[in-house]
Design a protein around this ligand. Sequence first.
Ligand code: BGC
Length: 574
Amino acid sequence: MNRTRTALLAALTLVAGASGTAFAALPGDSAVAAIPCTVDYKVQNQWSTGFTAAVTVTNNGAAKSGWQVKWSYAGNQKVTSAWNAKVTQSGTAVTAANEGYNGQLATGGSVSFGFQGSYSGTNAIPATFTLDGVTCNVDDGGSGGPGGPTDPPPNPSGKVDNPYAGAKGYVNPEWSAKAAAEPGGSRISNQPTGVWLDRIAAINGVNGGMGLRDHLDEALKQKGSGELYIQLVIYNLPGRDCSALASNGELGPTEIDRYKKEYIDPIAAILADPKYASLRIVTTIEIDSLPNLVTNVTPRPTATPNCDVMKANGNYQKGVGYALNKLGDIANVYNYIDAGHHGWLGWDDNFGPSADMFKTAANTEGATVADVHGFIVNTANYSALKEDHFKITDTVNGTSVRQSKWVDWNRYTDELSYAQAMREKLVSIGFDSKIGMLIDTSRNGWGGAKRPTGPGATTSVDTYVDGGRYDRRIHLGNWCNQDGAGLGERPRANPEPGIDAYVWMKPPGESDGASKEIPNNEGKGFDRMCDPTYTGNPRNNNNMSGALPDAPISGHWFSAQFQQLMQNAYPPLS
Ligand code: BGC
């Protein structure tokens, strides 16, 4: 990740490049003469305790036979070694002087040097540089001189705005092999999918499988000379999956210290290895956890005892905050918090309180909102991306679609409208205005022969909605191995305003949970929402589960589901 600060006179137009660096477009040569010198300071690599930087100095004044460049740090940065300049530091003040071999600096000439440094906290780029006592990067003759406006500071974290833009996605070889082994599976086996770190052992690899370093090493190979993003799912909170049983995890409700020391710390140490600094590492943080603390707790009728325990002990917020803080410190890691989906948080009672809950967690255990790059919605869920045949503002015979059984007073009909509204809400309560949303489209295509081609009959609001909706679940609250689902939009960057990417975070073909009790050593329980004969609970308003039969435990390969997802893909597979 490169960070640049080249402060320029007011007359210049600043343009943010795709790489996240700022560069100047010169309106005309006359402007250049007014800047006595420019200093371009780039952080080239950064890890949790150190960084390397490259500095280029351009002299627009009289020719020199020796030079000194000076700056001071706002933070605790210390230069530890340098090349192509003699660098000394006293407190926060740094002086870089020429070596014997590069003292000549002609008018219009440039010289470059580099160094390595240590730091903690924020590694901010110095605001001001001088060359032989003259302030660089500002006009010394015009109105935009010292004190005048300068460029907007580059993203202080050194991260690009959208890690998906202009980058290819990491293809997990383990998922890819399973997909390719299915008849017809090679049509999608080269798609990027999430790598789920769903237990401590996943860091080193389960049963001889790939561990985190193996994935990152492979990602470097796939990257070549371009940009690449790799998607990791951080998923191992104490008391995990408190409202369901299918993805209960290995850590008990109180084991927050193990979560920190045995799970997050080792992951952070690996991700901070400078070897991986060129990768864009997307981390999605703890699927379903914070929304459960809002909707599935006392006094709601949907409360579960385990969610009450997790709400009371605070270990979800602490775990999420700790993960955000540790991982967010790494310059090339992009945290996205899980924000449920419209069929969960789209009601007024849930929407605002969830946004507030995200903010609370993002200010816990040393985290700040600056550690949050965005949010992900619909992870491993089935909510349709866009319902084209009915809108939330439609009425039928004077009755709002919000009063239909399906919508049931929700504010949103689909994931895109929900994600965009949630983004605005989050910005309004203090998250960065540059946050972006991810939408998991791995299984929300709802294509195939049963896909409606137009609106439903206007006999009643229910015939209108039910006849037109793509999402063919029995109830919006159904979440396990949904019968009839298809692959959704293929992963891509910047598909809609506010949306960083459509992603396949849940790898298609991996089960959501077993349809009957299956003993296992993963901590996974049996949730009857995965049993096709189950008649439901308050969280799906006592409807049938809609689950496919004969499913293996969550995360295990489910061939029949994979085949149905391909069959019902929308857009269809060619
Ligand atoms: C499971 C994980 C699995 C993930 C992706 C979750 O429901 O609990 O074990 O890795 O899905 O398939």
